[in-house]
Design a protein around this ligand. Structure first.
Ligand code: ADP
Ligand code: ASP
Ligand code: MG
Length: 401
């Protein structure tokens, strides 16, 4: 008997019918002899709906009352899933973060899990009751509900699986991790297996099929993680296994292409000195909570440095406010980032050449470039993004994977 944590995302919880279908998947795993705990996301659209209402009333992400509102989506979903399981003749109970508790630390909207008490879950499982845990939330030191960042139910599921010594199956609306988002490239192919490091990089570069921190968590705690489709009949999703690199038999150069929309670029010409040079710029941005992504620094003809960097579009306003004193401060929106990810990129000299070659043939301008050991990212105009994804997908022969 294996213990399984089954996580159902927003679309898998999107309507009473979808919840009933997801419940049937859990029932099938129990019929297979497994012990099951379920972790649920809010019904699709609920988190955005509450966020919209909170924003209209002056509370954005990062405000604690917003978190209490957002957490309501997962709480209702847990109760609805418990009802659906009961309808199938199973014993089930909704479990909210404070009832375990799931302890968290850090800012509202981006908390980290610091501990989970497994006692309640163990006693429910021992009594043959399926615990249905509300994802995306924990309780902070003041006893307040705090959320884990968008897509955070994946992290809740990985953490619950670690506490229960269970495998973690992430059920979503696609049949696993594909070579790129199948919504953009229908020729994308499903990966049988992917390494933690590649999955981490794809997720961090925008592939939202798994939340980045959930993959980090699963890797650190040795939780076996799979991505499956809740849209297939119970037991019929092939899915993708996230594994240690050493477990990957086949060697691919590139495993996938990820993208992130709504990026912005900021330029500051001719800056220097300890109070206004690059060090001061990045200190001001860090103080404003703005994450800087790609950076290009060049020498200005006047002396000093020309600095260009990219940020998430939603952070642009805060970034510009933090840098308001800089003369010649410029910015551009309407950009997107496309990233090629694969452990086979390690140590290869031709990675940038291939990427430039492909994008040049498509007449897509590369506005900025960044590399790491297993990825290369380019900033391009957002209106060319989908073409860039498809061209790179074809160039790396991912449609034949
Ligand atoms: P859930 O609500 O179940 O958490 P998400 O919307 O967060 O689902 O993630 C699933 C979506 O991720 C898919 O519908 C797909 O469009 C997108 N996606 C992006 N990149 C990939 C990829 N490489 N493989 C599979 N899905 C991807
Ligand atoms: N409901 C939350 C969100 O939409 C968390 C999740 O779905 O994982 O971001
Ligand atoms: Mg998700």
């Amino acid at each position: 008997m294996t213990r399984l944590v089954l996580k159902f995302g927003g679309t898998s919880m999107g309507s009473p019918e979808r919840i009933a279908h997801s419940a049937a998947i859990a029932a099938a795993e129990i019929a297979n002899g497994h012990q099951v705990a379920v972790v649920v996301s809010a019904m699709a659209g609920e988190t955005d709906r509450y966020l919209g209402h909170a924003s209209a009333l002056g509370g954005g992400l990062g405000e604690i009352e917003t978190d209490t509102a957002l957490a309501a989506g997962e709480q209702a979903a847990a109760a609805l899933m418990a009802l659906a399981l009961k309808q199938l003749g199973l014993k089930a109970r909704s479990v909210l973060a404070w009832q375990l508790p799931i302890e968290v630390e850090g800012p509202p909207g981006a908390a980290r899990i610091t501990g989970i008490d497994g006692e309640v879950l163990e006693s429910l499982l021992a009594g043959g009751v399926i615990p249905v845990i509300a994802g995306f939330q924990g309780v902070d030191a003041q006893g307040r509900l705090v959320t884990l960042g968008r897509g955070g139910t994946d992290l809740s599921a990985a953490a619950i699986a670690a506490v229960l010594g269970a495998d973690c199956d992430i059920y979503t609306d696609v049949d696993g991790v594909f070579t790129t988002d199948p919504r953009i490239e229908p020729k994308a192919t499903r990966l049988e297996r992917i390494s933690h490091d590649e999955m981490l990089e794809l997720a961090a570069m925008g592939a939202k099929v798994l939340q980045t921190r959930s993959v980090e968590y699963a890797k650190a705690k040795g939780v076996a993680m799979r991505v499956k489709s809740s849209f297939a009949p119970p037991g019929h999703s092939a899915g993708t296994e996230v594994v240690n690199e050493s477990a990957l038999a086949e060697r691919r150069v590139v495993s996938g292409i990820a993208y992130a929309r709504a990026q912005a670029r900021i330029a500051i010409p001719g800056i220097e000195g300890s109070t206004s040079g690059p060090g001061a710029v990045f200190a001001a941005l860090a103080a404003a909570g703005v994450h800087v992504d790609m950076i290009v620094q060049g020498r200005a003809r006047s002396g000093g440095s020309n600095l260009e960097f990219s940020v998430e579009g939603r952070d642009l306003r805060a970034a510009l406010a933090a840098l308001a004193g800089y003369e010649g401060l410029g910015s551009a929106v309407g950009l997107a980032k496309v990233s090629v990810v694969g452990t086979g990129l390690r140590g290869r000299a031709d990675v940038a050449r291939t990427l430039y070659g492909v994008l040049e043939r498509e007449a897509i301008e590369v506005r900025m470039l960044a590399t790491s050991e297993i990825k290369i990212s380019a900033l391009v105009n957002e209106d060319a993004l989908e073409r860039a994804v498809r061209a790179l997908h074809a160039a790396y022969r991912l449609d034949e994977a």
